[in-house]
Design a protein around this ligand. Sequence first.
Ligand code: SAH
Length: 394
Amino acid sequence: MATITLNPGKERPVQQRHPWIFSGAIARVQGYVGRGDAVEVCAASGEWLARGTWSSGSQIRARLFSWDADEPIDEALLRRRLARAIAAREWLGYTGDDIACRLVFAESDGLPGLIVDRYGAYLVVQLLTQGMAARADMVAGLLAELARPRGIYERSDAEVREKEGLPPGEGLLWGEAPPEQIRARQPGGLAMLADLRAGQKTGAYLDQAHNRLRVASYCAGREVLDCFCYSGGFAIAAARAGAAHVLAADSSAPALEMLRANLAANEQAGVEPVEADVFKLLRQYRHEGRQFDVVILDPPKFAHAQAQLERATRGYKDINLIAMQLLRPGGVLATFSCSGLVSADLFQKVVFGAALDARRDVQIVERLTQAPDHPVLLSFPEGEYLKGLVCRVA
Ligand code: SAH
């Protein structure tokens, strides 16, 4: 097996069990290493530190799986880690044949490069590193054994695969192909339909499941504007909690089709879908002098790379500013950022900047984060990417 030797002083994060080795930390590689192969990691002193898988094309050149010299990266290791991840979801209360949840959250579950979402009887898998792509069959076989699904479908994120020098990965990995729409239950009892093959992400935004219930608790009797609504998770939860009226806006026509289907699946009325660019819609509503009691902002990831950070913060400030202007006194702004590169601190500063410009006194009443099936490993704080602020706008 090949050995990576780190530059002097680069061993500390590895000793602290951070699972990434950046190309700049590597002094030399001894021996032949192919895409996705297991590699040993040593300090400049020669001391053995950890074992990982190699990614030839990525800035993150190795992903670490073990800090135990006797633990190879083999089927037994993958089985142990998968079983532990699956058991943790059961422990969290994600049980029942029709549940939707994230079964495996990559580094946070000791399985860098692997995401597995469960939608009832079907699993959707993302293999995002050369190491995981090389072990696709092994992973599929183990998941079939441990989670007993009807089918396992791959929907690897094309953008991330490209950074790894991997071709797009999509298609049936094991068992039966999922039907076009799957009905699965989310925490709180919301029945959500997901299109595992053509929907966004793996079919739904599972990370917001708990937050939808929290935000809905502010919506009874209120006029609500749900921006970037996708298939309607926030909007339907708000309507179910007794909102007077919900406008749900998204630029994607298929997303709004799914929203209509979700309304039917939940026998819920009171949500009006609007197909629009939210940036324009917010300005139009401001121009028309429209007012709301609750505005929800759950935009897509604005920052995909450090170079986009400034533009991303401008985008967040823009929508948050106008959202505040649309709120009646005492109204609620539920605002989110899923850009990992935007820290919680920076996000709060951006919302503060919007409040100053809107000349409104704004209090944070709740801080929200990703659902418990997307845990954050203390040795890998990068796993925390979703930030939400529920604000009362005076
Ligand atoms: N709130 C959703 C998830 C939102 S994901 C939920 O709880 O499930 C982000 C959404 O923003 C996607 O549905 C995407 O179609 C939409 N979107 C992206 N850019 C947009 C724009 N400029 N205007 C309106 N919608 C947009």
